[in-house]
Design a binder for this molecule. Structure first.
Ligand SMILES: Nc1ncnc2c1ncn2[C@@H]1O[C@H](COP(=O)(O)OP(=O)(O)OP(=O)(O)O)[C@@H](O)[C@H]1O
Ligand SMILES: [Mg+2]
Length: 286
């Protein structure tokens, strides 16, 4: 569909073409959104408060020729958001051994860099993103510099031929900075966490080596490399407060994650970042 005959996101209706495949497959459950299914070549997701803002962002990415995100096709007869299905493989809840590939890691960083380049200039106007909670007394790490993904976990990257080919699940997208999105992605993919919280089978991986691979492939400059430990420590502090707030106010999957101990995981991550700040900078330098 060309830009010209694409109705505005708020009135876009998805009408399947006659004879279009309609087999239904339940997608692996994430933490928050329930009921994500694949129907033929589409993904159906429950409509959410941020859906139209996300749809506007996906339209922008389509228009600038970014090929690593789903297209927003409209809403189906049940009111669900309809997106294109990106063929490939995503990690499961506990990332499998194949997710450890360093080629994959570097390709995730390159894909994220391409997303940031493609996103430059996008300003949400008609449908703003819902504001993110900022704890009292804290300074936001999300100024309106760049709209980006902000949840590039292994479960939200589509892998083809061993390389990152697409990003899905733009639920947390919104105005922030490239550094925040890149830190967040490195945190998920290195991963930066207390070794006590290593995923099964990941005990032998070296997060500092992986962080360096990410930094080089994404293209962090010296400033970002030096800023990283303090920025990451601040990010974990904000994330702890935000998760606690979302669990209390939004409930659902947020409350489930909180009850499952995500708060402790974030605090241990923070402690690990503090204890390893110098090693992190050393790994990123030279
Ligand atoms: N457009 C898409 N193309 C291919 N696969 C997708 C697409 N959207 C989702 N998936 C698959 O479905 C899984 C769950 O979808 P999604 O990540 O959108 O929801 P979720 O993780 O349940 O939501 P949340 O992270 O908000 O709780 C993904 O991990 C991925 O495997
Ligand atoms: Mg997801």
């Amino acid at each position: 569909m060309s830009t010209r005959d694409r109705p505005p996101v708020e009135v876009r209706v998805y009408v399947p073409a006659p004879g279009e495949a309609s087999d239904v497959e339940l997608m692996p459950a994430g933490d928050v959104t329930e009921g994500v299914v694949r129907v033929g070549g589409t993904i159906r997701r429950p409509h959410q408060p941020q859906s139209l803002a996300v749809a506007g962002y996906l339209d922008w990415l389509e228009d600038v020729g970014f090929d690593g995100s789903p297209r927003y096709l409209g809403r189906d007869a049940d009111g669900r958001d309809v997106l294109t299905f990106l063929p490939g493989q995503c990690a499961g809840p506990l990332p499998e051994a194949w997710v450890q590939s360093e080629e994959l890691l570097a390709s995730v960083a390159r894909l994220l860099r391409r997303l940031h380049t493609a996103s430059a200039g996008f300003v949400p106007d008609t449908h703003p993103f819902p504001p993110r909670f900022i704890p009292a007394g804290a300074v936001s790490q999300d100024p309106a510099e760049l709209v980006c993904h902000l949840d590039v976990t292994p479960q939200n990257v589509v892998v083809r031929d061993g390389l990152a080919a697409g990003l899905v699940d733009f639920d947390l997208a919104g105005p922030s900075t490239a550094l925040k999105d890149a830190f967040n992605t490195a945190m998920h993919w290195a991963p930066l966490r207390d070794p006590a919280d290593a995923w099964p089978g990941w005990e032998g991986t070296d997060p500092l080596r992986r962080l360096r691979i990410f930094a080089d492939a994404y293209g962090w400059g010296e400033e970002e490399r030096l800023a990283l430990p303090a920025f990451g420590i601040e990010a974990t502090a904000l994330s702890y407060e935000r998760m606690r707030h979302n669990a209390a106010v939004l409930g659902g999957g947020w409350a489930r994650m909180w009850n499952d101990g995500v708060g402790g995981l974030i605090l241990r991550r923070r402690g690990w970042l503090e204890a390893n700040a110098e090693r992190l900078v050393a790994a990123l330098s030279g």
